[in-house]
Design a protein around this ligand. Sequence first.
Ligand code: PGA
Length: 253
Amino acid sequence: MAFTNKKIIAGNWKMNGLKRDSWQLINDLLSKYETPDEKHNFEMIVCPPSTLLSEVVSMTEGSPIRVGAQNCSDKLNGAYTGEISPVMIKDIGANFVILGHSERRSYFKESNADVASKAELAIEQGLTPIICIGETLEQKENGSALAVIEDQFMNSIPSNATTENVIVAYEPVWAIGTGRSATTQDIIDVITKIREVSEKKFGLRDVSVLYGGSVKSSNADEIFAISDVDGVLVGGASLKADEFWKIAEASEK
Ligand code: PGA
């Protein structure tokens, strides 16, 4: 079984948002639900910067919107100035954590092994990691994309992961923040590969796989038309309530 049968609509705010913006954005999103228990065929997750986690958890309490962090430490506590432990994230009421985002892999030099050890501890603490993998433009052009995906999947996903306690996000680096989304065929090829590798690793094909990289309301229909896509990880467009909601609605068509 996968993490959920609903489509996952996750928003990665990255290093954006002050208190007032988050208040506005969350209120605008909450107002799209006519009633708090309105049934939707999607699970909405917002991942604000850590300064806003507590605020956003309080604002969304009792609502269908769920909350995640964007990174965590691979240590529980101690002398690690500036780090945030998964136990702290869980303690304030968030349930997810994005790990291995390409921006962290490239700017902060996180390796597959770093991502795996963070994810292992996050799972132990009851968080669901959203583990990002994806090839660079150079790797795509030199034909090594599928090998890179296999290597990242096998080595970033920790040994305590199951298809029910992790979510994988395929985010081609060349599609992130560039306005250039992957084509339907690119997405199908990679997700097929991810399912093959997941079968090898977990003995199961149905790990939840999100697509991320320039997802917007104008291409969401096309992305959700791919039956193997279990949801999306949205960056820029998750900062606008109308856009983010339209993307979520596209998952229900
Ligand atoms: P983008 O970012 O939607 O702005 O391309 C996606 C991501 O980095 O998760």
